[in-house]
Every structure is written in structure tokens, then in C-alpha cells.
Design a protein around this ligand. Structure first.
Ligand SMILES: [Zn+2]
Length: 572
């Protein structure tokens, strides 16, 4: 065990120059510029989450302004003023905690004090932390000073709750917003400190600490303090997990995978295991939620590292897991899990609550998008075509004799080829030509070629064939064709799906015996003009409702018409 009497890391390694501040370059560089240009405001407000360096930057700024070599963007840290500020003993720099000095009297005292010149430095500098804690009357007293600050006074305010500061104060301050420090910066800072302290901590431990610190360097350092205080020499990851009360990420990933695959047995086993280890199940539940959230982000974001508090290696692992799961499925689980968080949080039996939620989720079938369903149907049909089992007329599957090979789906000798999707026109010479030259495939007529391709399409993918009804092939050159698709956006989007485009290109390439590129364009069919269609439908409805058969049926059954469905005409 280490001897307890040591400076906590946050104090020992508190940055003493602007350059040493981690993750707030946008603030420190602006300040350095304004110091060099001699344009430092007399009231500056630092806003941002806890532990992001607000008072640290304020103290460096105080040094910069009062340094005997200054004002300078790079305080010397050697002169009396600099050393005084480091040691909290400077006679002209006052650090005030807004939370405990928030009365109007204290601010009045401060105001009376301000009129006196600094005793040994250039400026009297007041650093007021948690300034939002001041009472309204204290703010009003402060406002008087801020309206006309003496030239030898600088106010530096820090707050985590900017919205609690009156607008009258805000408007008199120059404001700087501190950011949450990103995961990578925290980890590399911790690494460098471990090196200086000659202590070995595993990378996954540092990543976990940074993750828990959630953008706060002070929290990260205090967690590292705890880890270092309790260990002797090299620190095992297990030990860090126990100190931080965390569940090993591997366990969360395992639980998450079981959840995604709907493996209820594995989910219960894992939950039981974690529970037996004495872990807080609500925390585990939230870790699981965070895991799913991260999977979603990896799935949809282009630069996930900006949105996820994890190391590069962990994000890569997530990407591998996300690849196997459709985004819609992930979103569905995430939403259900998120909604049920309150069930686990408010339960007096968190284990049972969590098990209930997991079982419910595992037993539910995910909602599939229409696209996915259509794709699945196509796949099913393709698999069925490939399988040696055929359906006899009686509907009972027959096992085809193994030695008789099944004919390929498309063949000129096929006894009953499905009708081409392009309406057969007896007057169309191309159509006749197609029947004659079907197998030879030597025609140059685009309609004929397209009719042949469409037959292949309807064999292999009825869904795609349906999207290609009334479509047209246009030859655009030696290696390029265009397909004009009718029937609106949905059809267009379906045809444009990568899988369908690849298939179409393959069929056309096979047909022409050379690589073909396919482009798709839409064709607004005048017959689909909505108004005309609506008018026609209304007429059809009226006709249907007054049809003698319908009228009779209504009378006989004493019924009423709930809904009239218009059947699409065959040629549309
Ligand atoms: Zn100095």
C-alpha cells in the first residue's frame, strides 16, 4: 500500500500554463491571443460541465495578467506573483466560492475592497467559482461594479449552470464555454500521468475510467487516485472494476448479444451471474442500454469516435458486432429497453424486474420493415427453387429423384414459361422475333431484350418483377443501358436497391456477353395522375354501391358497407 500523505493528482498535476490545459484549446488560444493583443476583458465568464478546467484556466489567466514578466500569454511560474498564485497566497488574487459567499453583504464588502489599488501586482483579480449560487441581491450589488469596473480589477467567473445567471450580468461578461473533454484526450493524459507516477495501469482500465468520468478531467483524476491509492505496483483490470463498481465490459457485451439474438436462456444465466457477483443491476441495465446505444451510433454515424466514449479498439469491436444486426432491429430493441428502464429503476426487486424485461424482449418478434420482408420473401423463393423438393398438384411436397437434375429455372424448352411482363402485342414485330429467337439471344431490339430479361426477373424475384411492370429498356451505348421505371418513388427506390441493381447488371451482362452498366430513371405515367385516378375511383365506388347485387345483399343480411376496395386494373 502507498503512503496516504500525497498530493491528489488533480492538485499535483494542475496545469500551470495554457498549453498544459487538456481539451480546451478553443478557449486557451483565444485567451492567449487577447493577452498578446492587450485586449483582455475586465469580466470573463467560464461556463461548462464540472471538472473541465474552468478555475484552472482562470488561475492561469490571473498569473498571465500579474506575472512580473507580463502581462504575458506564457506566465513564468517563477516570479513572486506566479508562485503566490500557485500556492494560493497571492495578496491580489482572491478565489471566492460563490456557494458559501453568496450574500449581498459579502458582495458589498468585496465592492468596498475593490476601490483600493492592488498591493503588489498589476491587477486585483477576483475568481468567483459557482457564481450562479449568488443571491439575486448579491448579483445586483455585483452589477453596479461590473457596470464601471476600475481599470485595476479583473473578475473571472466560473459556472456549471449558465442559465441561472441573470442576463444583465451575462451581457457584461466575455463568455467562454468549456467542453466536455473527449475520451481519447482523457486517456492519453491519464497515460502520461501513470508514466510520471511510475505505475502500470491497463489500457482498458484507463478507458473505463475515462468513460466513467464522462468528459470531466477532475473526475478522471480522482478515480485514478482511488485506483492508485488501493494498489501496489501494477494494477489489474479486475481490481479497477471492483474499485469503480463496474461490470466487466465483456459481460455487458455478452448480455447484449444474447438480447439481440433473443437467447432468453443465455440472458438469464448472464443476469444471474452478474447478480451473484453483487453488482448493482440498475447500473448493469444502464450499461446494457449504453451498449445498444453505441451499437446504433456505430451503425449509422460516419465518425462514431466523436459520439462514443470508448477507445478506438472498442469502437472497432462494436462495428464488428453492429454489422451482423439490421439497424431497424437494433433501434427496436433499444427503444423497448429504454422504455422499460423505469420498471427496473423503481422496482424493489431489480433482478426480477430486469429478468421480466429481458424475457419479454427475447420473446417478442422484431418489427420488420416492408423492404426487409420483401427481400426475405424473395430469398425464400430462391431457396425454394434451389431445393430438390417440389410441390405436387395435391399440394404435398414430393421428393424429386436425386438422379434427375432439376431443369434450370430459365430455359427455352421450359414447357410453360411465365408470361412476359411487357404486354404481348400481336402487332409488335419485336415480340414475334423474341419468340423465334428466344434462345439465340441475337436480337438488337431493346423491347425484345427487355422482355427476355423480365422473364428471368419474374422467375428469380417476383417482387422485383412487380416493380418493373411497364418498365422500358433504352440502349445507351456499347456498355450502358437505362431502365425507365413506372409507378412512382416506391418502385424506383426498390429497383435502385443495391442488391437489385447488382442482379439487373448481372442479367444484362450475361445477355450481352460483356459488362453492362445500368442506370435507372423514373417515368411519370400520365395514367397515374392522382386526380384522375381519384375521380375514377369515386365513380367505381358509386357504381359498386348501387350495384343490384350489393343492394340485395345489404337488404338480405341487414348489413352496411364498411369499406369499398378498388381493385387495380390488370394493365396497371
Ligand atoms: Zn511570473
Amino acid at each position: 500500500m502507498r503512503v496516504v500523505s500525497y498530493l491528489v493528482l488533480a492538485r499535483k498535476y494542475r496545469p500551470q500554463t495554457f498549453e498544459a490545459v487538456v481539451g480546451q484549446e478553443h478557449v486557451t488560444q483565444t485567451l492567449m491571443h487577447s493577452i498578446s493583443a492587450d485586449r483582455v476583458a475586465h469580466a470573463i465568464l467560464f461556463a461548462g460541465p464540472r471538472g473541465t478546467g474552468k478555475t484552472t484556466v482562470a488561475r492561469i489567466l490571473a498569473k498571465a495578467m500579474n506575472c512580473e514578466k507580463g502581462p504575458t500569454a506564457r506566465p513564468c511560474n517563477k516570479c513572486r506573483s506566479c508562485l503566490g498564485i500557485t500556492a494560493d497566497s497571492s495578496a491580489d488574487v482572491f478565489e471566492i466560492d460563490g456557494a458559501s459567499n453568496n450574500s449581498v453583504d459579502q458582495i458589498r464588502q468585496l465592492r468596498d475592497n475593490i476601490v483600493f489599488m492592488p498591493s503588489e501586482s498589476r491587477y486585483k483579480i477576483y475568481i468567483i467559482d459557482e457564481v450562479h449560487m449568488l443571491s439575486l441581491s448579491a448579483f445586483n450589488a455585483l452589477l453596479k461594479t461590473l457596470e464601471e469596473p476600475p481599470s485595476h480589477v479583473i473578475f473571472l467567473f466560473a459556472t456549471t449552470e449558465i442559465h441561472k445567471i441573470p442576463i444583465t450580468i451575462l451581457s457584461r461578461c466575455q463568455r467562454h464555454d468549456m467542453r466536455r473533454i473527449d475520451h481519447g484526450s482523457i486517456v492519453s493524459h491519464l497515460e502520461s500521468l501513470c508514466e510520471k507516477e511510475k505505475i502500470e495501469v491497463q489500457p482498458e482500465s484507463l478507458s473505463l475510467i475515462a468513460q466513467q468520468a464522462d468528459g470531466s478531467m477532475r473526475d478522471a483524476l480522482s478515480l485514478l487516485d482511488q485506483v492508485m491509492a488501493g494498489s501496489d505496483g501494477a494494477v489489474e483490470h479486475e481490481f479497477v472494476l471492483s474499485i469503480l463498481g463496474s461490470v466487466d465490459r465483456a459481460a455487458i457485451v455478452d448480455l447484449g448479444e444474447a438480447l439481440i439474438s433473443g437467447d432468453i436462456r443465455r440472458m438469464l444465466l448472464k443476469t444471474g451471474e452478474i447478480y451473484t457477483h453483487g453488482q448493482d443491476l440498475l447500473r448493469v441495465y444502464n450499461d446494457l442500454l449504453a451498449y445498444l446505444r453505441d451499437l446504433m451510433v456505430v451503425k449509422v454515424a460516419r465518425t462514431p469516435e466523436k459520439l462514443i466514449n470508448l477507445s478506438k479498439a472498442e469502437i472497432d469491436a462494436l462495428a464488428g458486432q453492429a454489422e451482423k444486426v439490421p439497424a431497424a432491429h437494433l433501434a427496436w430493441i433499444f427503444e423497448k429497453l429504454y422504455r422499460d428502464e423505469v420498471t427496473v429503476r423503481l422496482s424493489s426487486h431489480p433482478r426480477m424486474a430486469m429478468e421480466m424485461v429481458l424475457i419479454k424482449l427475447g420473446g417478442m418478434k422484431p418489427v420488420l420493415s416492408i423492404d426487409t420482408l420483401i427481400e426475405k420473401l424473395d430469398d425464400l423463393k430462391a431457396a425454394f427453387d434451389r431445393s430438390p423438393v417440389s410441390i405436387s398438384d395435391s399440394g404435398i411436397p414430393d421428393k424429386a429423384p436425386a438422379d434427375i437434375p432439376r431443369p434450370p429455372p430459365v430455359s427455352s424448352s421450359s414447357p410453360a414459361p411465365p408470361p412476359p411482363l411487357v404486354p404481348a402485342d400481336p402487332e409488335d414485330p419485336g415480340q414475334k422475333e423474341m419468340h423465334q429467337q428466344d434462345s439465340a439471344q441475337t436480337t438488337n431490339d431493346p423491347d425484345t431484350i427487355w422482355a427476355q430479361i423480365c422473364r428471368q426477373v419474374s422467375e428469380a424475384s417476383p417482387a422485383l418483377a412487380a416493380n418493373l411492370v411497364d418498365s422500358r429498356l433504352i440502349l445507351k451505348g456499347e456498355d450502358r443501358v437505362e431502365i425507365e421505371v413506372s409507378g412512382g418513388e416506391f418502385n424506383l427506390n426498390m429497383v435502385r436497391r443495391k442488391k437489385n441493381m447488382t442482379r439487373l447488371e448481372q442479367w444484362l451482362t450475361d445477355h450481352f456477353h460483356r459488362p453492362m452498366r445500368v442506370t435507372i430513371k423514373g417515368n411519370v405515367d400520365p395514367r397515374r395522375d392522382r386526380q384522375a385516378e381519384k375521380k375514377k375511383n369515386d365513380e367505381l365506388k358509386k357504381k359498386a354501391l348501387t350495384h343490384p347485387g350489393v343492394v340485395d345483399a345489404l337488404e338480405v343480411f341487414e348489413g352496411r358497407v364498411e369499406k369499398v376496395n378498388i381493385k387495380q386494373e390488370e394493365d396497371q
